[in-house]
Design a binder for this molecule. Sequence first.
Ligand code: PLP
Length: 410
Amino acid sequence: MEALARFPGSYWRDLFDSRVGRTAWPYGSGVWSKKEFVLPEIDSDHIVSLFEGNSNLFWAERLGREHLGGMTDLWVKHCGISHTGSFKDLGMTVLVSQVNRLRRAPLSRPINGVGCASTGDTSAALSAYCAAAGIPAIVFLPADRISLQQLIQPIANGATVLSLDTDFDGCMRLIREVTAELPIYLANSLNSLRLEGQKTAAIEILQQFDWQVPDWVIVPGGNLGNIYAFYKGFEMCRVLGLVDRVPRLVCAQAANANPLYRFYKSGWTDFQPLVADTTFASAIQIGDPVSVDRAVVALKATDGIVEEATEEELMDAMSLADRTGMFACPHTGVALAALFKLRDQRIIGPNDRTVVVSTAHGLKFTQSKIDYHDRNIKDMLCQYANPPINVKADFASVMDVLHNKLNGKI
Ligand SMILES: Cc1ncc(COP(=O)(O)O)c(C=O)c1O
């Protein structure tokens, strides 16, 4: 930080702006365009990048206007529209680049591979970046708890996939034990290299707003590395004079996996890890988050809030977002449901500039959408379901249906 502070904030803003949309290696990547803030000493030849970052900041105009009491300045940061379909690419490019560099250095204990426990997205990102660099990847996945689209990614990328009969927390415990014994580098987000990359999403948001600071940023939280990464990115820009303040952060959890929410409600006095229940937001089905302490730092420093969303709330919020032109994942649904609550409570005002962080691509979680639109979820009304209409393939039947539809009868 001392070395970076030798230059004024305007220098960094201009430098980062000058790299947007260019292809000069490695600065075309949204992460490596901020290389000096991320991993300054790495040789560009050692970087493993798949052009991550530079994700769309979507003005959710209709969602805000029609469904959130006339919100005028609502944005969704689509971190999931990325190489492997989630924000995990942002951190994985940094971690795998550093491993790539270390594997070329003479080490007393060589690195034979990289491993992670995952709720699906981390393993997809790790496998893709390792495959690009020719580094063996080993992933521990909780059997039957991740989507098919997530599972196929590491398989296709040639990783060693261990499907374990436990939940994410069980996988995490095992991988920590295994990496203590074997020359496998641990890639989970307790590894700060991941957070260094993830924090660039915060810097990118500032940049996309011409270096104006939003009032609120809402992030879905599971293992709680990402909420801290956002804080780190914003705070770094404040300290180095790129901006003059930081936004208030909201961490949104599924009510079925809400240890941080409970901790917050206890006035930060009593943290209890728990066994997380099944949630459609399966990537945040985590009961014992490894970065809980970091999350508390982030939330305290930004006058932050923790909210929770039930299964029905998160699926409805996701489906409403879809109806206004998005194709959100259930985790984004958790963040949107938190926004609905904070708007109802008038904590977030109609003109507050608010960014909801979308963490994965909706196409990775299609089964939950199919079940919702089929109204095939127990005890859920599925009020925004839009099932397909089965029609006989003749002109009269099709016309009947369309007349009824246009007259609002169905
Ligand atoms: C899609 C998605 N959203 C949110 C999260 C939560 O991020 P974190 O574990 O850093 O809190 C994860 C990963 O765990 C994820 O894969």
